[in-house]
Design a protein around this ligand. Structure first.
Ligand code: GTP
Ligand code: MG
Length: 223
């Protein structure tokens, strides 16, 4: 990623570090579709099963301890939580959305329906949404509920990418096979970006790569 000739290629690791070290703050929570903030800067969203580590990843990316609320209780994040990055709203460079988790068995049916409605309407009508990062627990790999999420994203024609979490709890020998397994699963999903990043919010491994990949994606889109 580093350029041999200074200035020849962009140093996305450094650009990513800078962006995520700058301004960041919570800006908006939406539990209903008519409660979304007006569209503005590019948005990236973090989805995944309850307890997979979405809120923790947002904190690790921004190097804040408690920007997003994390919890041992699955189902903690119930709304779409918007965070402004780069500058204070309305001049933010990027918005990050912490999504409510899915696949938590003890959730009432009415809540599952509310989740589906909120997710669908957000994913369908949001042209400022540039990519959804679907977090998959690195200890377990892709589950059927994740495949349901991939299908939902396929049907909403949203670009998405998989991030494996909790790398610190996965043996070294199991890491490459886990990535290969995810890529094999994704082969059936052409809307999925075929590059997997393995992260740990606890040790910070993979975090600079993820920041770099986000700024590189924005650059590729001319944003
Ligand atoms: P919901 O909001 O309920 O959907 O959960 P979430 O996906 O936001 O998960 P959250 O970040 O709250 O983390 C859930 C649990 O996983 C917490 O106990 C975290 O400490 C733990 N956790 C998150 N990331 C990591 C990681 O990289 N390594 C380890 N070992 N634990 C992690
Ligand atoms: Mg959460």
């Amino acid at each position: 990623m580093m350029s041999a000739e200074p200035g020849a290629t962009r140093d996305f690791v450094e650009e990513g570090r800078k962006l995520f070290a700058g301004y960041c703050d919570f800006m908006w929570a939406a539990s209903k579709i008519d409660g979304l903030p007006p569209m503005g800067p590019p948005e990236i969203a973090f989805a995944g099963r309850s307890n997979v580590g979405k809120s923790s990843l947002l904190n690790a990316l921004t190097n804040r301890k408690s920007l997003a609320r994390t919890s041992h209780t699955p189902g903690r994040t119930q709304e779409l939580n918007f965070f402004a990055l780069g500058a204070e709203p309305p001049n933010e460079r990027l918005r990050m959305i912490d999504m409510p988790g899915y696949g938590y068995a003890a959730v009432a049916k009415s809540k599952v329906e509310a989740w589906n409605k909120l997710m669908r309407s957000y994913l369908r009508g949001r042209s400022s949404l540039k990519r959804v990062y679907v977090l998959v627990d690195g200890r377990h790999g892709v589950k059927d509920v994740d495949r349901e999420m991939f299908k939902l994203l396929d049907s909403c024609a949203v670009s998405y990418q998989i991030i494996l979490t909790k790398l610190d709890e996965v043996k070294k020998s199991e890491r490459e096979p886990r990535i290969a397994q995810v890529l094999a699963d994704l082969a059936k999903h052409p809307a999925a970006y075929p590059h997997v990043i393995f992260t740990s919010s606890q040790t910070g491994e993979g975090i600079p790569e993820l920041r770099a990949s986000i700024v590189e994606m924005l650059a590729q889109m001319g944003l």
